[in-house]
Design a binder for this molecule. Structure first.
Ligand code: GLN
Length: 551
């Protein structure tokens, strides 16, 4: 087990949703700022093989990687913060771990033995961690986030595996960081350290002693509070960090750096101390917090009451906002509640419309009504995956005189299946991991909004869908003004469409939001926000008054 990589394990306690993903990604950023090569990994305790088969209401967004893995949304945070592409091996679930062990057992690899959690499951967990740290690509540091909360039954094998891992490596190659909550109790006006003490006690019961505590708090912890936590949790006081609440997640690395987290980690791991460069990042955060303009964009989908379902889209708008020196406020519209009669009320106070990806029939007619409004009123539009498919249906119905045009996903017997199941999908019966997934090439047509945005004519983007633009309708739609601006060179699948007579109306079959990064906004989001700002300015000039988007 000899390796040069260092490993940092991040666990969470007290309550869930404390932001372990952001904490891991932020630590990654501090190490990148010191020119270390970093990657991240997420261990997920659920039994699903991947989140691809879970409802977005259960799990939030499914983050698709270049190599076509359907992974946890925290991998999106990692990519956005550390700018390193993740892949299949950067996410391991209980389902995958058991699946490999059971497959091996059936093959006879353990003949004669009883297969058990310790050592077989824990060995498989350790093997997967090492595969990231000792793979072909060399990393100085691998950050491993353990999903769930300490004390959960289902995360026990992972905690046991990382305990063993620490024993099998030199001490200075492995570090444990624990994220907890230090709540403020309003009625007594004090913060409480007991939940953190108990959470660390739980860890120590199973043989894990954290090297650093990140304590989520409303306000910076006093010296007394830090000393007390340190004493009870057996740490040095400087290793107790106040991870106080911040306005933007992008402030977290800056906050950690102010508390010396970067230097403390580097020193604990025996790495060479280096001066961090966070200049670009700090400027980015300033622009997030002090924009020159405001803009409101509608996002119309099915899961709008759970914003985590659209995590990467939300973050893409932050990145694109910064590049346009504007803050994007999202107006969340439930497609279920929208129709031709009320669409004007819903969209009259926005400067752009985004229809995100999705599955199933619910809300489709509302989305189509919204797209018709955007097309007719010159409202900038970005359609992603299902958004492109709905735009094609709307155009076929209302411009090309095919009133019953539809996707066979919503109406299998439509006379005009303008969106249809991909040929490769027809015989597929298994649900897990069988969509068109991951990175595919797309050739862009010169002179289009796509070409203007990307500034190149060959790109590759990530996909997650089963249905596609039906090429038998291509000529008739194109001759009516729907331009095909992107095509896959190998399969001839349509990857992007846009309107010729419209200020900015683009639909893409892929998911651009998965490749937007801090300090490197996705070109389509950047140009979409720019078009929305132009729309707003023109409307303002026409109306000669302040719009209520300006606050
Ligand atoms: N339901 C559509 C399909 O499977 C769109 C998928 C998506 O938006 N990701 O093709």
């Amino acid at each position: 087990m000899k390796t040069n990589s260092k490993y940092i394990f991040i666990t969470g306690g007290v309550v869930s949703s404390l932001g372990k993903g952001i904490a891991s990604a932020s630590i990654g950023r501090l190490l990148i700022a010191r020119s270390y090569r970093v990657t991240c990994m997420k261990l997920d305790p659920y039994i699903n093989v991947d989140p691809g088969t879970m409802s977005p209401f259960q799990h939030g967004e499914v983050y698709v990687t270049d190599d076509g893995a359907e992974t946890d949304l925290d991998l999106g945070h990692y990519e956005r913060f550390i700018h390193t592409s993740m892949g299949r091996r950067n996410n391991a679930t209980t389902g995958q771990i058991y699946y490999s062990v059971i497959t091996r057992e059936r093959r006879g690899d353990y003949l004669g033995k009883t297969v058990q959690v310790i050592p077989h499951i824990t060995d498989e967990i350790k093997r997967r961690i090492l595969a990231v740290g000792e793979g072909e690509e060399k990393f100085d540091v691998v950050l491993i986030e353990v999903g769930g909360t300490v004390g959960d039954i289902e995360s026990q094998p992972f905690l046991e595996a990382i305990r063993q891992f620490g024993l099998e490596k030199p001490r200075e190659d492995v570090m444990y960081i624990h994220l907890t909550l230090v709540p403020f109790i309003k009625s007594s006006g004090e913060i409480k350290t007991k939940p953190t003490q108990h959470s660390v006690m739980k860890l120590r019961e199973i043989g894990l002693q954290p090297d650093m505590l990140l304590c989520r708090t409303e306000n910076t912890l006093s010296k007394e509070a830090r000393d007390k936590i340190a004493l009870f949790c057996s740490l040095r006081p400087e290793m107790v960090i106040s991870a106080r609440d911040v306005e933007s997640i992008y402030e977290v690395p800056v906050l950690y750096e102010e508390d010396g987290v970067g230097d403390k980690i580097v020193s604990r791991l025996g790495l060479k101390a280096k001066e961090p460069d966070l200049t670009g990042w700090v400027n980015f955060v300033r622009k997030v917090k002090e924009p020159s303009a405001y803009i409101r964009i509608a996002i119309c989908g099915k899961y709008t009451n759970l914003h985590d379902s659209y995590k990467s889209i939300v973050e893409s708008f932050v990145h694109a906002g910064v590049e346009n020196d504007a803050r994007v406020e999202l107006k969340w519209l439930n497609a279920d509640k929208m129709n031709e009669e009320n669409i004007d009320q819903h969209l009259r106070d926005v400067s752009g419309l985004l229809i995100p990806g999705g599955f199933g029939e619910r809300g489709i007619e509302g989305k189509i009504a919204a797209i018709q409004f955007a097309r007719e009123k010159g409202l900038p539009f970005l359609g992603i995956c299902l958004g492109l498919q709905c735009a094609v249906i709307e155009f076929s119905r209302n411009v090309c005189d095919m009133p019953e045009a539809n996707s066979t996903e919503f109406n299998p017997s439509t006379p005009d299946p303008v969106i249809d199941l991909m040929e490769t999908q027809v015989k597929v019966v298994q649900k897990g991991g069988t969509m068109r997934l991951g990175q595919y090439r797309c050739d862009i047509k010169a002179g289009t909004h796509m070409a203007a945005a990307y500034k190149t004519l060959t790109i590759s983007e990530r996909h997650r869908h089963r249905y596609e633009f039906n090429n038998s309708y291509r000529d008739s739609l194109e001759s009516s003004g729907l331009q095909i601006s992107g095509v896959n060179p190998e399969t001839n699948l349509v990857e992007a469409v846009e309107l010729v007579d419209h200020p900015w109306f683009v639909g893409v079959q892929f998911h651009p939001e998965l490749k937007s990064r801090v300090l490197s906004a996705h070109p389509l989001f950047r140009d979409f926000v720019k078009a929305c700002l132009n729309f707003k300015n023109e409307r303002q000039q026409l109306q000669g008054e302040e719009l209520d988007e300006d606050r």
